[in-house]
Design a protein around this ligand. Structure first.
Ligand SMILES: O=C(CO)COP(=O)(O)O
Length: 250
């Protein structure tokens, strides 16, 4: 059961209330590509307004694993869902680093979000030092194994492979490096989930732009993209969605 390619935007800490118009423009033009699943993960303060304004799936960028409690500044899965979110990112390297999030904590976040009816994009990826040491596949596969929720429906869980050294830098791995990693992650997913592991979408993220999207989407087991900077503007983001649509038709 081949799912549509998924192209999700991660606005990170960008975007203010004036950007609802940009989100509306993205949602409007994304409708031209029904063969691609498109989603936008915006700052938590924009979720409710964005979800009310557009039919595009709106997501969060993190979630706490507890249902409620003394967790200052955190947001539960139910809060995200009640605000209109349909999905959330978990385990982004910027949070694993800054917030010292462990694989176990990322797994708990994913399970809490899935249990609450949110879809999940679970992020993994290696540092430049690990890549240069030649142990990227081993380290990232171990990170995935330790972060994966026990059970998962391929329609609701996607993995985003984001080499940390490619995020925001304009640098990307070679297509051979992406192919090697995605093939290893696919094997890891089949080991974890059996046949369903073949259908869990593996997104690539890290300096995806209109200029490189087509070649990245042509790599086997690349089932979409998680896009940062190029998702902030419709003019930059929609060409990436269009590239994913071309690959579907090819
Ligand atoms: O971190 C990313 C998406 O989650 C990638 O960011 P960039 O596309 O800006 O490199």
């Amino acid at each position: 059961m081949a799912l549509k390619k998924l192209v999700a935007g991660n606005w990170k800490m960008h975007g203010m209330s004036g950007d609802i118009a940009e989100i509306e423009a993205i949602a409007r033009t994304a409708r031209d590509y029904p063969q691609v699943d498109v989603a936008l993960c915006v700052p938590a303060i924009l979720i409710e307004r964005a979800a009310r304004a557009v039919d595009l799936p709106i997501g969060g960028q993190d979630v706490h694993f507890a249902e409620q409690g003394a967790h200052t500044g955190c947001i539960s899965a139910k809060m995200l869902r009640d605000a209109g979110a349909k999905l959330t990112i978990v385990g982004h390297s910027e949070r694993r680093d800054a917030q010292r999030e462990s694989d176990e904590e990322v797994k708990a976040k994913a399970e809490a979000a899935l249990a609450c009816g949110l879809d999940v994009i679970l992020c993994i990826g290696e540092s430049l030092a690990v890549r240069e040491a030649g142990s990227a596949v081993e380290i990232v596969c171990a990170q995935l194994a330790a972060s994966l929720p026990r059970q998962a429906d391929p329609n609701r869980l996607a993995i985003a492979y984001e080499p940390i050294w490619a995020i925001g830098t304009g640098k990307i791995p070679t297509m051979a490096e992406i192919a090697e990693m995605h093939a290893a992650l696919r094997r890891q997913l089949q080991e974890a989930y059996g046949a369903d592991g073949a259908d869990v979408r593996i997104l690539y993220g890290g300096s995806v732009k209109a200029s490189n999207a087509s070649e990245i989407f042509a790599v086997p087991d690349v089932d979409g993209a998680l896009v940062g900077g190029a998702s902030l503007k419709q003019a930059d983001f929609i060409p990436i969605v269009a590239a994913a649509a071309e690959k579907v038709e090819a």
